[in-house]
Design a protein around this ligand. Structure first.
Ligand code: AMP
Length: 190
C-alpha cells in the first residue's frame, strides 16, 4: 500500500494535483474539505456541524473530522493506497491517522508539501472563488484566517512526519504539468 499525504496551504493546488495522481497511481483520493462540502450540500447532521467552522475558515473539531475520515477509509477495503488531501491538519489528526493505518497493517509512505508564497495563495483563492462558489473563497479576511490557521495549527504536522523522515517539500509554482512532474519524481522515490 502506498499512502500519501498531499500537504500545503489552502490554494496550493492539492486538489488539482490529487486528481492527476489518483489516475497515475490508482490510489483512492480522500479530501476532508470535499467531504464536508458534500455533507453540507445534503444538510446532514455532520454538514450542519461543520458549517459554521468552514464559513469562518476555522478547523472543524478533531473528533468530528477524524470520525468522518475513518468512515471513509473503512469504505475502501479494496484500496491499494490513499491520497489524503487536507488531512491531517492537526497533530491529533496525524496521530489518529497513524493509528488507523497501523490497525490496517500499513502506514504513511510520505508527506509531500506544495510550497507556495502567501500572496500568491490569496490571489489564487480569490480567483478560484469566481467559479468555485465557495463562500470561504470569496472573502479576503476569511482566506487570510485560513492561512493563519494553517501556519499555527497545521504546519506542526509537517514537522511531526519530518521527525519520522517522511516529509518532503516541493515548489508549488509553475505550470500544473511541472508541479505534477516534481510530485511524481518525489513519490517514485518513496
Ligand atoms: P479545504 O477544502 O481543504 O480548504 O477545507 C475547507 C474547510 O473545511 C476548512 O477551512 C475547514 O473548515 C474544513 N476542513 C477541511 N479539512 C479539515 C480538517 N482536516 N480538519 C478540520 N477542518 C477541516
Amino acid at each position: 500500500m502506498k499512502n500519501l499525504i498531499l500537504f500545503g496551504p489552502p490554494g496550493s493546488g492539492k486538489g488539482t494535483q490529487a486528481e492527476r495522481l489518483i489516475e497515475k497511481y490508482g490510489l483512492v483520493h480522500i479530501s476532508t474539505g470535499d467531504l464536508f462540502r458534500y455533507e453540507m450540500g445534503n444538510n446532514t447532521p455532520l454538514g450542519l456541524q461543520a458549517k459554521a467552522y468552514m464559513a469562518e475558515g476555522r478547523l472543524v473539531p478533531d473528533e468530528v473530522t477524524i470520525g468522518m475520515l475513518r468512515n471513509k477509509v473503512e469504505m475502501h477495503p479494496e484500496a491499494t493506497g490513499f491520497i489524503f488531501d487536507g488531512f491531517p491538519r492537526t497533530i491529533p489528526q496525524a496521530e489518529a491517522l497513524d493509528r488507523l493505518l497501523a490497525d490496517m497493517g500499513t502506514e504513511i509512505a510520505g508527506l509531500i508539501a506544495l510550497d507556495v508564497d502567501e500572496e500568491e495563495i490569496v490571489t489564487r483563492i480569490l480567483n478560484r472563488g469566481k467559479s468555485s462558489g465557495r463562500p470561504d473563497d470569496n472573502d479576503e479576511s476569511i482566506i487570510r484566517n485560513r492561512i493563519t490557521v494553517y501556519k499555527e495549527q497545521t504546519t506542526p504536522v509537517f514537522d511531526y512526519y519530518a521527525e519520522l523522515g517522511k516529509s518532503h517539500s516541493i515548489a508549488g509554482v509553475g505550470s500544473i504539468d511541472d508541479i505534477f512532474e516534481r510530485l511524481c519524481s518525489t513519490i517514485d522515490q518513496l
